[in-house]
Design a protein around this ligand. Structure first.
Ligand code: PGA
Length: 250
């Protein structure tokens, strides 16, 4: 793992945007795995700036998002499709037919998950996967469990995850109880992984991810087995890590 630590959220976001833009410049038809949540918003703002300054184009990029709530239409303000439209898609030249998201309105969960896996494969696999991390160590919606889930699947959301996400709803009761998520194997197949984490609330999960035992109760710990992972952290998220493990960027 390459671990870089920055002074604050803005510096982490700027570095993340640089790495993603660099990937697109190197391979204009890159397949990007994208994440939702508060953390990547600054990254997306950085990418929009690069696009507006004509430094990158998403014309040939394909995107696959990690997860989606079950039962929310794409127009629901808390759906991840709505989030992505507002935070990134409508501001850049990514083509609608190249945007892929799991549908929260499926007839058959297994069929929807298989469809998604097939599309990722058909696109040639994910070149760069962006990840956030939950307080409980989840990546995507792969929650702590007794086994690492493999492919894209239906998941029941943990109470802490629903509490964390209640800020996007009127109350916790409105937060869906289930989601569809790319699985651990789907994530581990990405050629490169970029995990971003900021704030004190993430410090323990980050420590477990980097220095803890690899175990399904802390899903992100599996990243220790991936050959090309970069962690971009602010000083708070990195506060429990041994200093010898990371580079402190000015
Ligand atoms: P956050 O969520 O960026 O809103 O903290 C991250 C996650 O749960 O993966």
């Amino acid at each position: 793992m390459v671990i870089k630590v920055f002074g604050d959220y803005d510096a982490v976001s700027a570095e993340a945007a640089k790495l993603v833009a660099g990937q697109i410049l190197k391979k204009p038809d890159s397949v990007l795995g994208l994440a939702t949540g508060s953390t990547p918003i600054g990254l997306y703002q950085g990418l929009i700036k690069y696009f507006n300054n004509k430094l990158v184009s998403f014309r040939d990029v394909k995107s696959f998002n990690l997860d989606e709530y079950v039962g929310l239409s794409p127009h629901h303000e808390a759906s991840y499709r709505y989030f992505m439209d507002h935070q990134l898609f409508r501001h850049v030249d990514l083509k609608e037919q190249n945007i892929h998201m799991l549908s929260g309105h499926f007839g058959d969960a297994v069929g929807e998950c298989e469809r998604y896996e097939h599309l990722i494969e058909k696109a040639g696999g994910i070149d760069l996967q962006v990840l956030g991390i939950g307080r409980n160590g989840h990546i995507g919606f792969n929650e702590p469990a007794d086994n690492f889930p493999g492919a894209t699947h239906l998941v029941e959301l943990d109470r802490p995850t629903r509490e964390d996400n209640a800020r996007f709803f009127r109350s916790i009761e409105e937060v869906p109880t289930h989601a569809l998520t790319m699985g651990i194997r789907s994530i581990m197949k990405a050629r490169k992984i970029l995990l971003i984490a900021t704030g004190k609330a993430k410090a323990e999960a980050v420590w477990e991810t980097v220095e803890g035992r690899i175990r399904p109760q802390l899903p992100a710990s599996i990243l220790q087995l991936h050959s090309d992972v970069t962690l971009l952290l602010d000083v708070e998220a990195a506060s429990l890590l041994s200093e010898r493990l990371y580079v402190l960027e000015s």
